[in-house]
Write a protein that binds this ligand. Structure first.
Ligand code: C2E
Ligand code: CA
Ligand code: CA
Length: 445
């Protein structure tokens, strides 16, 4: 290979193929020391390109690569993998522990960040690094696998708020295997009927009658075991498949309501969850519209739940979505209120209909779910505020009669939780509805 072919033009570092070749040689001749693979990328680099222009972006990248390879380490080789992803290999003596080395790189990153943020007026810029190690015993390790391990650690670093430097852990490979297993089997699982919609009733505080229900997805494997939403939803949110799943749930719910109406059976409004992924595409509005056209159900029988964090991350898009849903005549709720950094002024800015207080207010292992005085004050203030803003209040995660009584006292209009019922399969929910219903008038309305 000619010299210029083996180098990256912009940074002057090796090209990735050349890096792997050199690393393989280094691994073969390794002696009584380790090799550290350090994989770094720049968080918000796209933002820098977009705001400062590509020329400044290129300058930053060049300066970054010249500095990432400097410092007190014995560098063996370095390459630009693509874009702002830089990998290097360094020799590491055995008297330095993995953690000491991580701390060293971490401090180096912090120093670079400070310098770069000032110079490029990029306040959010952050270097995220993952590190893996090769010891004499892993001589047979494929260099690309060592890099991929460091890259997995780098991804973990990118997801963390404070720590920008993470060491590779073999559990990360297990995590990826699981992720691949889940994301690759989702579509088939839907076709095979492994995914089912469960319903959790919502009760009216005053009358204790059923007022509605939330549709929650359940994945039951052919061996009978369940995979719970908290386990697979974050993974399919990353892969974008959550949209497919949400549409499946909406379709099932519309079908269910239409079926009950056709048989002149009682029905209550059903709420469905809206993943944050919809905000990038906004096809959800036309999809829901097509469901209304197909199933011909009343718009007040469907509600949409968007979690608090969606409104905070992307207020404008959330507003557009609420408006679109309102135009169809459906209600929208703010889910998980109080679980994150709630922004109270959003409540007055966004035309939401229902506020769902997160279960964190009620759940406390220490006090075995007995409400603490401070929590009581906060809950009653939120309920009071909701009433004044003419927003319906619902508290989720109600597990005990005492909690339910307290919510009645302070005028929380709706309650949902294990105290009344867990999420249950469709047939059980139909029985629950028939026993607790007040809803015939909704069908006839
Ligand atoms: P969420 O929307 O906040 O749903 C409420 C969760 O609280 C449900 O967990 C429900 O089973 C649980 N829960 C209800 N009452 C109680 C109670 O009294 N005590 C306790 N400890 N938990 C209670 P689940 O079904 O495991 O769902 C977890 C999350 O996954 C949901 O949180 C929602 O964000 C998401 N999810 C579930 N189904 C869907 C779906 O079809 N689409 C989307 N986008 N997300 C979904
Ligand atoms: Ca919800
Ligand atoms: Ca919730």
């Amino acid at each position: 290979m000619k010299m210029e072919e083996s180098k990256d033009i912009l940074t002057g570092l090796d090209r990735y193929e050349e890096f792997l070749r050199k690393l393989e040689l280094e691994i073969q001749k390794m002696d009584d020391y380790r090799i550290a693979i350090i994989y770094t990328d720049i968080k918000y680099f796209k933002y820098i390109n977009d705001t400062l222009g590509y020329q400044r972006g290129d300058m930053l990248l060049k300066e970054f690569t010249s500095q990432v390879t400097e410092g007190n380490i014995h560098m063996l080789c370095a390459a630009r993998v693509f874009s702002d992803n830089i990998v290097m290999a360094s020799r590491l003596e055995n008297d330095i522990s993995n953690e000491q080395f991580r701390e060293f790189i971490h401090q180096h990153n912090l120093k670079m960040e400070e310098r770069f943020r000032e110079k490029y007026l990029a306040a959010r810029l952050k270097f995220c690094t993952g590190i893996s190690f090769i010891s004499k015993e892993d001589r047979r390790l494929d260099p690309a696998t060592a890099v991929s391990n460091a890259n997995l650690a780098r991804k973990a670093a990118k997801e963390q708020k404070d720590d920008c430097c993470v060491l590779f852990d073999s559990k990360m490979v297990e995590g990826i295997k699981k992720e691949i297993e889940i994301t690759s089997s989702l579509t088939k699982a839907i076709e095979n009927g492994e995914l089912k919609v469960y319903y959790q009733p919502k009760m009216e505080t005053e009358s204790f009658r059923i007022n509605g229900a939330e549709a929650l997805i359940r994945w039951q494997k052919p061996d009978g075991s369940f995979i719970y939403p908290d386990e697979f939803i974050p993974l399919i949110e990353r892969s974008g498949q959550i949209i497919e799943l949400d549409y499946f749930v909406y379709q099932e719910v519309f079908k269910f309501i239409a079926g009950r109406m056709k048989e002149h059976k009682t029905i209550v409004p059903i709420s469905v969850n809206v993943s944050r992924a919809h905000l990038n595409k906004m096809e959800i509005l036309s999809y829901v519209r097509s469901l209304f056209e197909k199933y011909r159900i009343l718009p007040n029988l469907i509600e949409f739940e968007l979690t608090e964090s969606i409104y905070i991350e992307n207020t404008e898009k959330a507003l557009e979505l609420i408006k679109g849903l309102h135009e169809m005549g459906t209600k929208v709720s703010m889910d998980d209120f109080g679980s994150g950094y709630s922004s109270l002024n959003l409540l007055s800015r966004l035309p939401i209909d229902i506020i769902k207080l997160d279960k964190v207010f009620l759940q406390d292992e220490e006090t075995e779910n007995i409400l603490k005085e401070n929590d009581k004050i906060i809950i009653s203030c939120i309920i009071d505020m909701a009433r004044k803003l003419r927003i319906t209040s619902l508290c989720e995660g109600v597990e005990t009669p005492e909690q339910s009584d307290y919510l009645s006292q302070i005028g929380c209009e709706l309650q949902q939780g294990y105290y009344f019922s867990k999420p249950i399969p469709r047939n059980d929910f139909e029985m629950f509805m028939d026993q607790n219903s007040r809803a015939r008038e909704l069908v006839l309305a």
